[in-house]
Design a protein around this ligand. Structure first.
Ligand SMILES: *Cc1c(COP(=O)(O)O)cnc(C)c1O
Length: 322
């Protein structure tokens, strides 16, 4: 698999122009005061699907040939990757089947169905759902789309980082939540070309540390996968994204799920922003590791907004707010 280059990111931006406008990146003084750094929030939560992944889905669909379009795509996901593929497939008139682990986030499942994709619930976790998706792709002859080992997804997601370094050329760091690693790999790719002095820092939940542990060990590892933050709930490292992280990532931090809830609350209170757990993980890293970021100018990617009602009722520390 050929890793994507900065030229692929520029080509993806060309392909996406007119489909997705650049997202805003705002600074909130109240948020700065809460975390003790200058925080620039990159608002991927305002994408039409509520998450950054749609950049990758649209880029991948734009690159399919006529036979692949006719055969359709098959994806597996806890939610936002599914919405991205369903949205892009609908736009391109391509049949789309999505496998989600049984009992998915109802907000995300409803969104996938509303976009016209066929949703199949199978498996207890992502590994089992991926296995079922592979079988379905074989039975039907569809194109199986990986959650992260897809150069087109990384190239598409890289357009967010082209925007970030244009919107703020003088960042000390950009902090990116990680599941499969497409976002952080894209950040590495673009920072290496446009902002080599900006540190790219990845964040994962300590309850699902497969990408973190893979990066530290320099080899692909599987790990327990227990975070409640769906976008971060991945149980193993991916070759393509880990390769890009190895080349340019400055550091990889872990946060616990309670701090993620606190960051979701700070987004609501200080930045009038609704973030799902994974969407708040970058901000959680600033709260959990204040010494790393004190006084710096830091972009945090608010990767997604698709919190279920249950998540909001259960995990936001509204009663004991910071
Ligand atoms: C998928 C996702 C992530 C993690 O992104 P990867 O590219 O898989 O590392 C983070 N936040 C949200 C909201 C997501 O949907």
């Amino acid at each position: 698999m050929r890793p994507p280059t900065i030229s692929d990111a520029l080509a993806a931006r060309h392909a996406l122009a007119g489909q997705l406008p650049p997202t805003p990146m705002w600074n909130y003084p109240a948020l700065d005061a809460s975390v003790g750094a200058e925080v620039l929030v990159k608002h991927e939560n305002v994408q039409p699907t509520g998450a950054f992944k749609v950049r990758g889905g649209l880029t991948l669909l734009a690159g399919l040939d006529a036979d692949e379009r006719a055969a359709g795509i098959v994806g597996y996901s806890t939610g936002n990757h599914a919405q991205s593929l369903a949205y892009a497939a609908k736009r391109h008139g391509v049949p789309c089947t999505i496998v989600m682990p049984v009992d998915p986030n109802p907000t995300k499942a409803a969104a996938v169905r509303a976009l016209g994709a066929e949703l199949i619930e199978a498996g207890r976790d992502m590994t089992e759902a991926a296995e079922r998706a592979r079988e379905i792709a074989e039975e039907r002859g569809g194109r199986l789309v990986s959650a992260a080992d897809e150069p087109a997804l990384v190239a598409g997601v890289a357009t967010a980082y082209l925007e970030i370094f244009e919107q703020a050329p003088d960042l000390d760091a950009v902090v990116v939540p990680v599941g499969g690693g497409s976002g952080a790999a894209a950040a590495c790719l673009v920072a290496a070309a446009l902002a080599p002095r900006c540190r790219v820092i990845a964040v994962q939940s300590a309850a699902s540390p497969a990408a973190h542990d893979s990066w530290r060990a320099g080899t692909l590892l599987s790990r327990p996968n227990r975070t409640r933050a769906e976008g971060l709930a991945v149980g193993s490292g991916f070759a393509l994204t880990q390769g890009l992280l190895r080349a340019h990532l400055a550091d990889f931090l872990l946060v616990d799920d309670a701090t993620i809830g606190k960051a979701q609350w700070l987004y609501l209170r200080d930045a009038h922003t609704l973030a799902e757990g994974a969407g708040a993980a970058a901000l959680a890293a600033l709260i959990a590791h204040p010494a790393v970021f004190a006084g710096q100018r830091v972009a945090v990617v608010c990767t997604g907004a698709n919190a279920s009602e249950h998540e909001l009722r259960t995990h936001l520390p509204l009663a004991t707010a910071a």
